[in-house]
Design a protein around this ligand. Structure first.
Ligand code: NAD
Length: 256
């Protein structure tokens, strides 16, 4: 028999059972146990290299060919995290959907690990885009990113759009780039109607996504935070679990 859950894990499992609408927001922290570094955790990409934040802004990408060359080279050399596998945290959220307990999963991650774990795109918003596709910044043409990577491997260091000659980029939202309005609207509506909002593995510092817990709280939802480090919402959370996601989330979901 499974060991009984201690508080506050048992309390969160109870809330999950009772909630008629649960929204889960995830950030880079859910993927660190799959070997993908986050930005602001102790081994985060930006904690170790603060200059990288600048290179990730849209204006620099559009204005500076060298930034694009480096970006494509790094995609080819370091891969797209395609070898990464979902961990217990991703699998628990997929189980939550299978159990009919998930209204919407909003992820800030671009690594597709929720999809790989079994969550469906019908109940998911990839609010910062994804790395599976490319997009033309001029005409909006989209397609599998592998098509562009093949051209980079064949010697084009900054491949232009084949339709209009425009600048190509991975279909991710860079800093300084607007979110897809429909994605944010869908996320905000779900946050406003939910009874339970779980923020998992996110520092809750990237806006406008970081407004979503506030929208949920304002509309009477309970807020649960599962994150190893402090967030600006800790004082407002109904439950705060500062442990490794892959260890606690599967136990909570198994009890639902
Ligand atoms: P963040 O780096 O700002 O914060 C991640 C948080 O997760 C940190 O507070 C850290 O303490 C916590 N954390 C890390 N590993 C954990 C674990 N195993 N258990 C519990 N907590 C853990 O991440 P963010 O809030 O998502 O914002 C960063 C932005 O960077 C996002 O917009 C996202 O799009 C992007 N990003 C995505 C990926 C990815 O797709 N995997 C990776 C890096 C950055």
């Amino acid at each position: 028999m499974a060991a009984a859950l201690e508080s506050p894990l048992a309390e969160v499992a109870d809330w999950l059972r009772q909630s008629r609408s649960t929204v889960v927001l995830t950030g880079a922290g859910i993927s660190t146990e799959s070997g993908i570094p986050d930005f602001r955790g102790p081994n985060g990409l930006w904690t170790r290299n603060p200059g990288a934040e600048k290179a990730a802004t849209l204006q620099n990408y559009l204005a500076d060919r060298e930034v694009r060359v480096r970006a494509w080279r790094s995609r080819v050399e370091h891969g797209l995290w395609t070898e990464a596998e979902p961990n217990g945290g991703h699998l628990a959220i997929a189980a939550l959907e299978r159990k009919g307990r998930l209204d919407l999963l909003i992820t800030q991650n671009i690594d597709s690990l929720h999809l790989k774990a079994g969550n469906s795109l019908e109940r998911m918003v990839e609010i910062h885009g994804n790395l599976r596709e490319y997009v033309c910044m001029q005409c909006g043409d989209r397609g599998p990113i592998e098509r562009v990577l093949e051209r980079v491997r064949a010697g084009e260091d900054d491949p232009p759009c084949r339709r209009c000659g425009g600048i190509l980029k991975s279909a991710t939202i860079s800093f300084g780039q607007n979110l897809v309005a429909a994605d944010y609207a869908r996320s905000e509506a779900a946050a406003a109607r939910c009874e339970l909002f779980l923020a998992i593995g996110t520092s809750l510092t990237v806006y406008p996504v970081a407004y979503l817990p506030e929208v949920a709280l304002r509309n009477g939802a309970r807020l649960v935070i599962i994150n190893a480090q402090e967030t600006p919402y800790d004082g407002l959370a109904h439950a705060l679990i500062r442990e490794q996601i892959g260890q606690v989330l599967p136990r909570i979901v198994a009890a639902v």
